[in-house]
Ligand binder design. Structure first.
Ligand SMILES: Nc1ccn([C@@H]2O[C@H](COP(=O)(O)OP(=O)(O)OP(=O)(O)O)[C@@H](O)[C@H]2O)c(=O)n1
Ligand SMILES: C[C@](O)(CO)[C@H](O)COP(=O)(O)O
Length: 254
């Protein structure tokens, strides 16, 4: 019998980056993930942000459905801050379908899976590490979040933007949080949510990945998000992102 303790396997965080959206709210043009921020595609910023985290060993980019080869070539042109295994797969027509297609490429030995919007290119590495660490410490689902600063009104039914609409209530904003990505999961929790809910109508209305896991009745915990992890959704967000990068160039030499 050997008295040598087995060497624990190194942590393996795999990241899925859904990048298959068109970016309709940003306005006409090429898919949002390929638009430039300081001369570099938004997607490249997002991949670099994920690869900067020390536990991240695999990054799976979910490309626009007809654009996987072009995205692969684009990523090969841009160096990453650390070596990672990089995969590119074609995405689907909804965000959840794209995430599911990314999950199909998940390595079997991953102990944490993060899902990170390509549209959040500036998330700081500490936020990513905090989410991954909380999953590794035993939480099945972890979400970075910030307090809500606007007062939020409830309306009775979805309405077109710009249309006057009656208010039905004002939720207590102290009980609300705005959630960001990367969201982190024990791989089985997210895989199980997709196996059980996808295609059965169970994913309808789930606008984030943790929402899928919540529907299985599993606990989801929040950790502090970061204001620079904002989502590039509308044109003004691009202006803000350029300003953040300009400040980082001055303060961090980045
Ligand atoms: N079919 C889709 C739709 C969205 N996404 C990704 O999900 C993330 C968050 O979505 P969002 O910001 O809403 O992006 P879009 O769907 O592109 O935006 P819009 O709704 O304005 O078209 C983005 O990185 C986007 O590329 C995806 O991979 N596949
Ligand atoms: C996942 C997400 O970024 C969390 O805030 C958000 O729900 C994505 O929503 P979108 O409508 O696809 O922008």
């Amino acid at each position: 019998m050997s008295d040598i303790a087995p060497v624990p396997a190194a942590p393996h965080t795999a990241v899925i980056i859904p990048a298959a959206g068109r970016g309709v709210r940003l306005g006409p043009g090429i898919p949002k993930a390929l638009r430039l921020l300081n001369g570099v595609p938004i997607l490249v910023h997002a991949v670099r942000a994920m690869a900067a985290a020390r536990s991240v060993a695999t990054v799976i980019v979910v490309a626009p459905p007809d654009g996987a080869e072009g995205v692969r070539a684009l990523l090969d042109e841009h160096p990453l801050p650390r070596p990672v295994a990089l995969h590119v797969v074609p995405g689907g027509t909804t965000r959840q379908e794209s995430v599911r297609l990314g999950l199909a490429a998940l390595p079997a030995d991953a102990d944490v899976v993060l899902v990170h919007d390509a549209a959040r290119p500036l998330v700081p590495v500490d936020t990513t590490e905090a989410v991954a660490a909380a999953v590794r410490d035993g939480a099945p689902a972890v979400v970075p979040a910030l307090p809500v600063t606007d007062t939020v009104k409830q309306i009775a039914a979805p309405a077109r933007e710009g249309e006057p609409v009656p208010v039905t209530g004002t939720p207590d904003r102290a009980l609300l949080r705005a959630v960001q990505t990367p969201q982190g999961f024990a791989p089985d929790a997210l895989l199980d949510a997709h196996r059980r809910l996808a295609g059965l109508g169970g994913e309808e209305g789930a606008t984030d990945d943790a929402g899928m896991v919540e529907r299985l009745g599993l606990p989801v915990v929040l950790v502090p998000g970061h204001e620079e992890a904002f989502k590039v959704t509308r044109p003004l967000d691009l202006v803000l992102a350029e300003a953040v990068l300009a400040r980082r160039r001055i303060t961090d030499g980045y």
